[in-house]
Design a protein. Structure first.
Length: 215
């Protein structure tokens, strides 16, 4: 149990390395929590700092999600296979680390607990846990953003589809992946509550380049 907790905490600390804030510091101290929506994520980075800045942010945020799912393997190798945790608990290690990294991205220890909304880190986590789930996630996101123009709405709908996709595809290990998908659906929907409020108020910007049904 101690080994599991140590690895999960390590995943949270990894997730706390926020891509936009890291790149901003390398770019002369830019803090993208000040301009635009005030969110330290890829979408706000793109809107306020441009494509190259946003690409670097997204690579970092996806990468740390993927690396987090590999931490249990590294821990087992470091212990010589003597981690001491039960087989059932070990099945939950990668999913637990993946969610911990997402939590760290949203509430980063290194940045005053003010981070992004977790979407890019979810992509990286799924790439490490069950890459096949990226197909319904990205497909749903693209369809929704092309129909509505709202990136936040597309993100919410795509994560809500995840538990359904786990059930339909029967991805393994089933229960850890289902638990991860349900937690992500609830948490990422929560982090996008501001987007929902702005959509209701009519102030949420649209991604006009992707919005096919624009007037």
């Amino acid at each position: 149990m101690i080994g599991w907790l140590a690895v999960v905490v390590s995943a949270y600390l990894l997730g706390s390395v926020n891509g936009s804030l890291l790149v901003g510091r390398l770019r002369g101290g830019v803090d993208i929590r000040d301009p635009g929506s005030g969110n330290a994520g890829g979408t706000n980075a793109l809107r306020t700092q441009g494509g190259r800045f946003a690409l670097a942010v997204i690579v970092i945020d996806i990468g740390k999600g993927w690396i987090a799912t590999r931490l249990p393997v590294l821990a087992e190798l470091a212990s010589g296979g003597r981690g001491g945790d039960g087989a059932v608990l070990q099945l939950w290690w990668p999913a637990s680390c993946a969610f911990a990294a997402i939590l760290g991205h949203v509430y980063p220890l290194w940045h005053g607990f003010r981070g992004g909304k977790g979407a890019a880190t979810v992509v990286g986590a799924l790439a490490g846990l069950a890459p096949v789930l990226l197909l319904p996630l990205i497909g749903t996101w693209l369809a929704c953003v092309m129909l509505s123009g709202f990136v936040g709405l597309a993100t919410i709908v795509s994560v809500v589809v995840l538990p359904v996709a786990v059930g339909i595809l029967g991805s393994q290990p089933f229960f850890p992946l289902l638990g991860f998908a349900l937690a992500v659906a609830a948490f990422v929907s929560f982090t996008h509550r501001g987007n929902v409020s702005r959509m209701r108020a009519g102030t949420e910007p649209r991604a006009r380049r992707l919005w096919l049904l624009r007037p």
